[in-house]
Ligand binder design. Structure first.
Ligand SMILES: *Cc1c(COP(=O)(O)O)cnc(C)c1O
Length: 474
């Protein structure tokens, strides 16, 4: 699929989104957000790309620090996401939505004294993981679309056969989670009117603290412990979307990273970080991204596609190495996921691979655009220790995987340009891993301490569509 480029000046035409499986299957911004998955089972991607120049975005009004502050992020989001929302009923609300979503900083913390290596902390949200950004943006958008009721149905792109989601019934957000997604989505949608959340997580395969934050909500949020793996949970969600029986009784949507409304706002912290580094050092930034389902990595690739000053992008996977193997061999062989210390990356068949391939259909182009490495549990443990010994940092296993992938880069690549290790969760969420390794506990952020104090409840279900149907109806 070729992707025409559109100028992002004052003239902004309505931008369409198309399915990765069928470029003729177009949807408006609103429909893409409400549907999650395209009706043909593909994922929505922008059909055209606005292009920004760093100068457009980091005008003189920003100083470096402000770029990565909550306020700076919200302002960047207002500017960068505008072309995507053009023509949408949400367009006029975008500044407010951005303010509501970006309420915490994404600071760049330098490691060492030469300023060439830093950590991008995406861990300051309500559930202390990067997924708070996307979940909060999506919640702010979907709540407004629901409030508008049937009136917004006219937002479909004229002449496209997109499936509009009826807004007269409550919307059920189905979310499969390998740990952090469910918590972030539950937190973002908790007590939002007209929206119900069903969180599906693999029983016994998330850390005890993660389980607490998946099951501590109540009200409009229900949690289901699925007897299976994360892939089973994800498969169940996909099945549910294609199920006529469920569709007859409720409106379903997804808040997984397949939802465009989660992916797009994640481009913002890459924009802020890369602009701040360009301003400080006059060079583009390179990122090492802890990766599982590839949502965070895609956002980084999209940010670069949008014109942000980003050089290399390295994906750090755990031993679920389908993506590194694909880049090496050219053969895509998804496989069952394996449980690791970096559990939020235990994905055997990353759904966003479709988006990666639609961005770079040519394998050599893909290999030129991104590289990937795989890190095992022992290496993660060693890197958590080294991060503390060398820098006094508390790293979660995912962040440690990225730090390890960075250390393995050839010195010539590492020393030539500024690098950013992306910290995807706070170490306190992985106390059981981190504390025994370091002999001390990372400080627990205030927001997490509050969550951990809440009562919990969940329902166990078999990994079948029938079981899910019954559980949702209860
Ligand atoms: C979800 C998650 C990841 C993986 O992100 P993807 O977008 O699925 O690739 C990495 N680290 C943490 C802490 C996560 O919660």
């Amino acid at each position: 699929m070729s992707v025409p480029v559109m100028a992002a000046g004052n003239h902004v035409s309505v931008l369409r989104f198309v399915s990765t499986r069928d470029p003729a299957r177009a949807a408006s911004f609103d429909d893409a957000l409400e549907q999650g998955l395209a009706p043909d089972g593909g994922l929505y991607v922008p059909f055209e790309w606005p292009e920004f120049s760093p100068g457009d975005l980091a005008g003189e009004a920003f100083d470096s620090e402000e770029l990565t502050s909550a306020q700076g992020l919200a302002r960047l989001a207002g500017a960068m996401l505008r072309p995507f929302a053009a023509g949408s009923t949400l367009a006029e609300h975008l500044p407010k939505i951005a303010e509501e979503a970006f309420t915490f900083d994404a600071p760049l913390v330098p490691l060492g004294s030469d300023g060439l290596l830093s950590v991008l902390e995406l861990t300051h949200g309500p559930t202390a993981a990067f997924k708070d950004f996307g979940a909060r943006f999506l919640a702010a958008c979907l709540t407004r679309l629901r409030e508008r009721g049937g009136a917004a149905l006219a937002a479909s792109v004229p002449g496209t056969p997109g499936r509009s989601v009826p807004r007269s019934r409550p919307l059920t957000i189905l979310v499969a989670t390998s740990g952090d997604t469910g918590g972030a989505v539950a937190a973002a949608f908790h007590r939002r009117a007209g929206i119900e959340v069903a969180v599906l997580f693999p029983k016994g395969l998330v850390s005890p603290l993660q389980e607490r934050q998946l099951t501590c909500w109540g009200d409009n949020v229900r949690s289901f412990a699925v007897r299976g793996t994360f892939d089973d949970c994800q498969h169940l969600v996909k099945e549910a979307f294609l199920d006529r029986e469920l569709a007859a009784t409720r409106s379903l949507s997804s808040a997984n990273s397949i939802n465009l409304g989660r992916l797009l706002p994640q481009t913002i912290y890459y924009a802020a970080a890369s602009l701040a580094i360009r301003r400080a050092l006059g060079m583009p930034a390179s990122f090492v991204v802890p990766s599982g389902n590839l949502g965070n990595a895609l956002a980084c690739l999209w940010a670069r596609r949008l014109g942000l000053p980003i050089a290399e992008i390295v994906l750090a996977h755990n031993v679920n190495r389908a993506v590194p193997d694909f880049l090496r061999t050219g053969t895509w062989s998804p496989r069952p996921s394996v449980a690791t210390l970096a559990s939020a990356m235990d994905v055997g068949n990353p759904s966003n691979l479709e988006r990666l391939r639609s961005l770079y259909p040519d394998l050599d182009a893909l290999r030129g655009a991104v590289s990937a490495d795989s890190v095992d549990d022992e290496q993660i443990r060693a890197r958590i220790r080294a991060g503390f010994d060398r820098y006094g940092q508390f790293w979660c296993p995912h962040t440690a995987a990225a730090a390890e992938a960075y250390e393995r880069l050839p010195g010539a690549r590492r020393n030539r340009r500024p690098w950013v290790i992306v910290a995807t969760a706070h170490a306190a969420k992985f106390l059981g891993v981190v504390e025994p390794l370091l002999g001390r506990a990372p400080p627990v952020p205030h927001a997490l301490a509050e969550l951990y104090a809440r009562p919990t409840s969940s329902t166990e279900i078999a990994p079948t569509l029938a079981a899910l149907r019954t559980a949702l109806a209860a």
